[in-house]
Design a binder for this molecule. Structure first.
Ligand SMILES: NC(=O)c1ccc[n+]([C@@H]2O[C@H](COP(=O)([O-])OP(=O)(O)OC[C@H]3O[C@@H](n4cnc5c(N)ncnc54)[C@H](OP(=O)(O)O)[C@@H]3O)[C@@H](O)[C@H]2O)c1
Length: 347
């Protein structure tokens, strides 16, 4: 099936200083050690946040913190305080396997490994070919495991079709509701965002957001972040693509928005470029045994980032990626060393 290009236009309410806790070897046994994040600013509770938190409780939340991954990094969704596993899963291209039985078995295996590793956010879109149907099929084969945070998008220029598209997507997934619906690449956002907020008010979706990637339309994105009521934003962020650090990530913290980092590996090109080079010595301090983990640790250790959503068609890669949520996380100085190293190798 021809793949539609994704390049087409188309705090918790606590006052404390710790937006997330990271498990270290010392804390893996149970306690958590705070990673000080001096540049994060947290908001006082608003009425809306408290309502969201109450709604989350009513929906049986916080999400299961499964025993399978007690030491994995979780980060809070600022709007509610619900904690999400820091490594999620994308589905563009990798899950677009159509009716191919082998392809579907492969996706099911990847999703099984994701759930077993304590994964949360699973991101898809009507733009991703057969991915939504394939996800629905895999979830059924896996017996509808708890813990999956179902994130999808609306992607239509038609104001009238957004709601129907969201419902069609929900049926393909076979979920009672989405946890998150986002306006994909800001397409017709003026119409789709109010529609999503109506769905949210009616209890048909828990969170709403907007997406962009590869630095596109950041000016408009910023305006929407400033003016509209959102829970999530999704954007491209990795050690080689840091433009979001200038305005969007600080603004997300200021506005209390969760951040999803897409294209963590530049659709694989980043890892391909890094693969011939040995890991820097400091990777060992972070417990990384591959570039994928080092890149993901860089991403999710940014205080504004809630989760990264690497895509993969391989169980071994999935397991590598999920291990990035374990062990120590880099502090600000080490993050700069990671970025400098990556820049020196990939330009
Ligand atoms: N505007 C938007 O809303 C937007 C735009 C872009 C992306 N997204 C979302 O973000 C997700 C991630 O972005 P992406 O799909 O562009 O690509 P990505 O996650 O940056 O890279 C995926 C590629 O990396 C490879 N890979 C994954 N883990 C690996 C590992 N441990 N070792 C070696 N290779 C590995 C995969 O190949 P293998 O299959 O061989 O593992 C795959 O080809 C998408 O799937 C989508 O859900 C959203």
């Amino acid at each position: 099936m021809p793949m539609t290009s994704d390049r087409t236009p188309h705090a918790p309410p606590w006052p404390g200083p710790v937006p997330f806790a990271v498990a270290t070897p010392e804390t893996a046994a149970g306690a958590t050690a705070p990673l000080p994040v001096p540049w994060a600013s947290l908001r006082a509770p608003s009425r809306r946040r408290l309502l969201l938190a109450a709604a989350s409780a009513a929906w049986g939340l916080p999400r299961p913190l499964r025993a399978a991954a007690p030491a994995a990094l979780h980060k809070p969704i600022p709007a509610s305080g619900e904690r999400l596993p820091a490594i999620g899963l994308g589905s563009w291209i990798t899950f677009n396997v159509g009716d191919d039985p082998q392809g579907r078995a492969g996706v099911t295996a990847v999703l099984r490994a994701f759930v077993e590793a304590g994964g949360g956010m699973l991101d898809s879109s009507p733009m991703y070919g057969s991915s939504q149907a394939v996800i629905g099929d895999a979830l059924t084969r896996l017996g509808r495991p708890p813990g999956v945070f179902a994130a999808d998008k609306v992607w239509t220029s038609s104001a009238a079709r957004g709601s129907g598209q969201a419902e069609a997507s929900r049926r393909l997934w076979g979920v009672p509701h989405f946890d998150l619906l986002q306006v994909h690449n800001l397409l017709a956002w003026e119409a789709q965002l109010p529609m999503l907020r109506e769905m949210q008010a009616a209890g048909r979706v828990r969170y709403v957001g907007i997406t962009t990637s590869e630095g596109r339309r950041h000016d408009t994105f910023e305006q929407i972040m400033r003016r509209e009521r959102l829970d999530f934003v999704q954007l491209t962020y990795n050690p080689a693509d840091r433009v979001a650090e200038r305005r969007l990530l600080p603004l997300a913290t200021e506005r209390g928005l969760a951040v999803i980092a897409n294209r963590p590996f530049r659709q694989g090109a980043l890892l391909h470029a890094l693969a011939p080079h040995p890991l820097p010595g400091f990777a060992g301090e972070l417990g990384c045994d591959g570039w994928a983990q080092l890149v993901l640790k860089f991403i999710v250790s940014h205080p504004a980032v809630t989760c990264a959503i690497p895509a993969t068609s391989r169980v071994d890669h999935l397991r590598q990626n999920m291990r990035a949520a374990l062990g120590p996380m880099p502090d600000a100085a080490l993050r700069e060393r990671i970025a400098a190293q990556v820049r020196s190798l990939v330009g």
